[in-house]
Design a protein around this ligand. Structure first.
Ligand SMILES: [Ca+2]
Ligand SMILES: [Ca+2]
Length: 209
């Protein structure tokens, strides 16, 4: 009926290709009646539907006996594997808390998040920046980052962990219901390599903590 027509704004005509992500891939195609789910967290949704790729910025000032201008920017790796999107030198004292000239490093947020694999709840993690100085000495510096990941015990991926998730797991194990979302491996709640009654008992114990 005409009143149900959806008028799309021009921006909606842009076709986005959502990159495959092991953290977020959930496919209901093999399970009729189960819709495909893009999950697990708001961060992924922001990433997936953002028109421009999101970036994170890392700053390095003076460290040990070195200054940022000693760093060969072409040698940099973030978390051991990621190439920076860009690097730039900023003037002295341009970033509070850092001394000397400052190297600004940008990374793609999606790739940065994926470098941590599955992350649960609010996790305090570290990142590394490694590379070579112009004098050919290798270096590595560390920083802190907090990432909010998938909710522990939330097996149906609705954003909360509660009795519904216990029921969901019982259904999966004894009644042929769908596995945990966004990743089936999460059905193995106690991480012993098997999916059975012990996972249900551990999930119940977790809920009662
Ligand atoms: Ca849930
Ligand atoms: Ca198990």
């Amino acid at each position: 009926m005409r009143r149900n027509l959806l008028v799309l704004p021009l921006a909606a005509l842009i076709v986005l290709t959502i990159p495959f992500s092991p953290v977020s891939a959930t496919d209901g195609d093999n399970d009729p009646g189960v819709p495909t789910l893009i999950a697990p967290d708001l961060q992924y949704l922001i990433e997936a539907y953002h028109i421009l790729p999101l970036e994170d910025t890392i700053y390095i000032g003076r460290f040990d006996s070195h200054v940022a201008t000693d760093i060969d920017p072409t040698s940099l790796k973030i978390n051991g594997t990621l190439d920076p999107l860009s690097t730039a030198m900023l003037p002295v004292d341009s970033i509070e808390g850092l001394t000397g000239e400052v190297m600004q490093i940008t990374v793609l947020r999606h790739d940065f998040l994926m470098s941590y694999g599955l992350v649960f709840d609010s996790a305090a993690l570290t990142y590394t920046v490694e590379g070579m100085l112009y004098n050919k000495c290798p270096f590595e510096v560390e920083g802190d980052v907090t990432i909010r990941g998938h909710v522990s015990g939330d097996l149906n991926a609705d954003g909360v962990a509660n009795i519904v998730d216990i029921r969901y797991l019982i259904s999966h194990i004894y009644e042929g219901g769908p596995p945990a979302r966004p990743l089936p491996v999460l059905s193995d709640f106690n991480e012993d390599g098997q999916i059975n009654l012990l996972d249900i008992l551990d999930l119940i114990a977790f809920m009662l903590e």
